[in-house]
Design a protein. Structure first.
Length: 553
């Protein structure tokens, strides 16, 4: 990549005005830079699959660390890229993919056993029913890799069968699996009673196949008043276990620093530094799951919101599998319970980030406690990883995926559109107002301009998803005369008080409802955008302005 045009390297301690000017400038430049790096990375990876993502993330780290020390993060407020979006290797032919099996088709066309008279009835347990459904799915949903099917069960009337399956989306770089279950109308016709799919229901229409079938021998259990929670999410806090295991463990504990309530990019940059250090030291990272969401994600109030949970945004289960972590509260409880006994737990307190991970490498203390008490910006976590340290400590980007609670919403939206939609990313917000930096953005994303610019790129009457930070819902109405327009707010019920998401997040929040906040919107918008067939970007496709401001491209 390239150098930022104005690497803040001037040290003007004698000139406070100049200093703050430099700081302001560097903030602006830096935010633009982060955005460009992230978007560039995504684009680079999307268009050149062979790039191993590790290289790219190394490049991000290299470039960011050149600029970071004297800047604060300003957020890219409309997209969020995480580890799962960076794994280009998964675009290679995945091993678990089931191609439209020729065997299935052959089986489906095979005549019924001659003993069974062809009376046109459909028996969902007939293996040929599943075969036609599999063949139908493979043909219809080409971006989906179907991983495994459950046996079809009867639908609501004769001739209907409900089937559930697990799938992954070829556009999603992670290997996460999701579930769908749909209702199919099946016909058995011709002399041979060959089965065919007459019609297929929508996303999650096959209610009878929703639950795993009871084991054949078992008496059908009364349908439990199902809490429709996703059983595949295991968000539980890992606990240390016993006193003995606690004392045998080695921990790296970061006290809360100046990063709290900063932008999410800053949060990630800092968090991954701490986690990277823990991995380097072979220690368990003590993690504060409580997140403070910067006010910049709440356009109504502009107030920082404390008490958010890491698990609302990120996949804690994946993190637990990728790294050794323990939750701070549990850890402190154990430390209190077991640390004050006869033999004290050895603790090494580290007051300055200038003590490097390399210096701590030989330290045998059970707990290494970094304290971050200094003034900003001395108290940022990421400072630990500055400079020479970056040769030793690597940020484990692959450990951070988006929360599956949110990804279920993403799958649901894409599923409702049958994975056959185009998307446009319309960046407005503060950029549209800052005409010094973006002279054309506002008019290039005006309702009329959008129609004029999108029409040549996207066929009329396609489903068009608009990922945007424009808060005014009716802003895109003019596109409705040409497209089936979909906005995130059209899917409010997916996080409304009857939704699975609502139930799940409430459980994480000790029974209190959780607001679907601005950052969650960004995550969902990002992932739906990535699943579109044709993707129209603001910068490049809609406007000639540079994404980082005047003269940066
Ligand atoms: C990346 O893709 C490979 C397959 O190419 C897969 O085995 C691996 O689990 C993926 N990693 C992540 C983080 O998704
Ligand atoms: C449907 O087929 C299965 C196995 O092929 C069989 O056990 C079952 O009795 C059949 N049901 C009906 C109603 O014919
Ligand atoms: C959410 O939980 C309530 C009870 O707490 C339950 O009645 C409802 O069915 C659940 N909704 C979903 C979608 O799981
Ligand atoms: C969830 O993960 C924890 C470890 O973090 C494990 O002890 C527990 O058994 C898991 N629960 C389920 C239901 O898999
Ligand atoms: C961590 O473990 C790896 C292999 O298990 C070892 O090579 C490395 O030196 C260890 N690092 C520290 C700081 O102990
Ligand atoms: C759910 O939301 C609707 C509309 O927002 C509201 O009228 C209703 O009272 C809410 N129900 C519960 C149980 O919170
Ligand atoms: C958007 O612009 C890029 C770069 O100019 C181009 O490769 C891409 O095809 C454009 N997208 C559409 C939908 O036209
Ligand atoms: C990369 C960079 O510009 N680092 C500078 C940050 O500020 C300190 C003093 O505040 C300089 O010494 C660094 O060179």
């Amino acid at each position: 990549m390239r150098d930022s045009p104005t690497s803040p390297s001037i040290n003007t301690a004698s000139d406070p005005l100049g200093q703050s000017l430099v700081k302001l400038l560097s903030n602006v430049c830096f935010s633009a830079f982060v955005l460009s790096v992230l978007i560039f990375t995504v684009i680079a990876i999307t268009y050149h699959p062979p790039d191993p993502w590790l290289e790219s993330s190394a490049a991000i780290s290299r470039d960011l660390s050149r600029i970071l020390p004297n800047s604060t993060f300003q957020t890219d407020d409309s997209l969020l890229t995480t580890g799962e979006d960076l794994n280009s290797s998964s675009t290679l032919s995945p091993p678990a993919d089931l191609p439209p099996a020729a065997a299935d088709l052959a089986l489906a066309l095979a005549p019924a056993p001659s003993s069974a008279a062809c009376d046109g009835t459909v028996n969902c347990s007939d293996p040929r029913v599943l075969s036609v459904i599999r063949a139908f799915n493979a043909k219809t949903f080409r971006t989906i890799a179907f991983l495994e099917y459950g046996g079809p069960v009867d639908g609501s009337v004769a001739g209907e069968c409900d089937v559930a399956w697990r799938f992954r989306n070829r556009k999603e770089k992670s290997w996460r699996r999701y579930r769908d279950f749909r209702r199919f109308r099946i016909a058995a016709d011709g002399e041979n009673c060959a089965f065919r799919v007459v019609s297929a229901g929508r996303w999650h229409s096959g209610a009878n196949a929703r639950r795993p079938r009871p084991a054949p021998a078992a008496v059908r259990a009364p349908v439990v008043a199902a809490s429709y929670k996703d059983e595949e999410i295991n968000d539980t806090l890992p606990s240390v276990g016993s006193e003995a295991t606690f004392k045998k463990g080695k921990y790296l504990y970061y006290s809360r620093g100046g990063d709290y309530c900063k932008s999410m990019n800053h949060y990630m940059w800092s968090f991954l530094c701490g986690l990277g250090e823990a991995m380097y030291l072979n220690r368990t990272f003590v993690m504060d799951l409580s997140v403070c969401l910067s006010g910049s994600y709440s356009p109504q109030t502009w107030k920082d919101e404390e008490g958010k949970d890491f698990r609302y945004y990120f996949d804690f289960e994946h993190l637990k599998e990728s790294a050794s972590v323990v939750e701070e509260g549990e850890f402190l409880k154990d430390w209190k319970a077991w640390g004050k006994n006869s033999v004290k737990v050895p603790v090494r307190k580290v007051v300055s980030y200038k003590t490097t991970p390399m210096q701590l490498k030989r330290d045998k203390s059970t707990i290494i406690w970094r304290q971050f008490d200094g003034p900003e910006p001395e108290n940022y976590w990421y400072r630990v990883c500055e400079g020479r340290v970056s040769k030793y400590v690597h940020r484990p980007w692959h450990a951070v995926w988006k929360s599956k609670h949110l990804m279920n919403i993403v799958s649901e939206i894409s599923g409702k559109l049958d994975w056959d939609f185009d998307a446009v990313h319309v960046v407005r917000g503060w950029k549209a107002r800052k005409t010094e930096m973006y002279p054309n953005l506002d008019k290039d994303t005006s309702p009329d301009a959008l129609v004029a610019k999108i029409l040549p790129m996207v066929k009329p009457w396609r489903h068009l998803y608009i990922a945007t930070n424009e808060p005014f819902y009716n802003y895109f109405d003019k596109l409705r005369s040409h497209y089936h327009v979909h906005l995130l707010d059209d899917y409010k019920e997916l996080w409304g008080n009857k939704s699975q998401w609502y139930n799940e997040t409430r459980e994480l929040n000790k029974g209190n409802p959780v607001e679907f906040d601005g950052y969650m919107r960004v995550e969902v918008d990002t992932e739906v955008l990535y699943r579109a067939k044709t993707r129209v970007e603001t910068f490049n496709n809609l406007t000639r302005d540079c994404k980082d401001g005047v003269n940066t491209c």
